[in-house]
Design a protein around this ligand. Structure first.
Ligand code: SF4
Length: 234
């Protein structure tokens, strides 16, 4: 299996800005240092991810130990699905058309497959829908039919300061189906994927001016680099 070109995070990066996608892949050394707020956000995401796994106990974890093992994780997942080995899988790997995803939780129930994606926010944003649409695109095109795609997010009851103290997790998470929102986005995902792949074939980064998109939905980590370039041309 060939190495992937895009993952869900690089896909979302490319949707925000094709130049950021290009720089991230070809000039990663130009990235700004992570701010303490960004580091805290990453940590919170990991915490909620492992807590949410406790909502679906008894599964098997396919999380690859290093990026070099991503494709192996995909093959392991395929085999587990083919042989009906487990009903709950964490970080199940899927690859289609050199697009890779590691799904937070894959559940088999009454013969049907359900995808669960865990978010550390208190609500579902448009970016989460896009992220889910990308994952659905990869999973369904790689041959697995999903009965539903569900986003799990924090309820107002969840207080991050007390995160290690909770015993009953059930009331702390909301499970919401987003299938009806992501199905109509499948054509868009295909077009965006093509755009991003074409960008990665360029010999130099695409000419994109700075603007509001540098901060939405996430602060871009090439702002320092692009600001310096913009200053030079003034
Ligand atoms: S700083 Fe703005 S223009 Fe530069 S790569 Fe990031 S999003 Fe694109």
């Amino acid at each position: 299996m060939e190495k992937h070109l895009l993952s869900k995070s690089t896909f979302i990066r490319g949707k925000q800005c094709l130049k950021s996608l290009y720089l991230n892949k070809k000039r990663p050394f130009l990235r700004d240092k992570l701010s303490p707020e960004q580091l805290a956000k990453f940590r919170r995401g990991h915490q909620v991810g492992s807590l949410a796994q406790k909502l679906f106990p008894g599964g098997v974890d396919f999380r690859p130990r290093s990026p070099a093992l991503y494709q192996k994780a995909v093959l392991t997942t395929q085999e587990a699905i083919r042989t009906n080995s487990y009903n709950i899988m964490y970080e199940a790997g899927f690859q289609f058309d050199r697009l890779l995803i590691l799904l937070d939780i894959l559940v088999k129930e009454n013969g049907n497959w359900f995808a669960y994606e865990v978010k550390s926010s208190y609500k579902i944003s448009d970016t989460f829908i896009l992220d889910a649409a990308f994952q659905y695109y990869v999973i369904s095109n790689s041959g697995l039919t999903l009965k539903d795609f569900i986003i799990v997010y924090a309820s107002d009851e969840l207080d991050y300061k007390k995160i290690d103290e909770y015993e009953n997790l059930e009331p702390l998470f909301i499970k919401e189906s987003v299938l009806e929102k992501i199905l109509p986005l499948q054509g868009f995902i295909r077009e965006q994927v093509e755009k991003e792949k074409e960008t990665l074939l360029l010999k130099s980064s695409p000419k994109i001016e700075m603007g509001v998109h540098c901060h939405i939905p996430y602060p871009c980590d090439f702002i320092g680099h692009c600001t310096k370039l913009a200053d030079k041309t003034r």
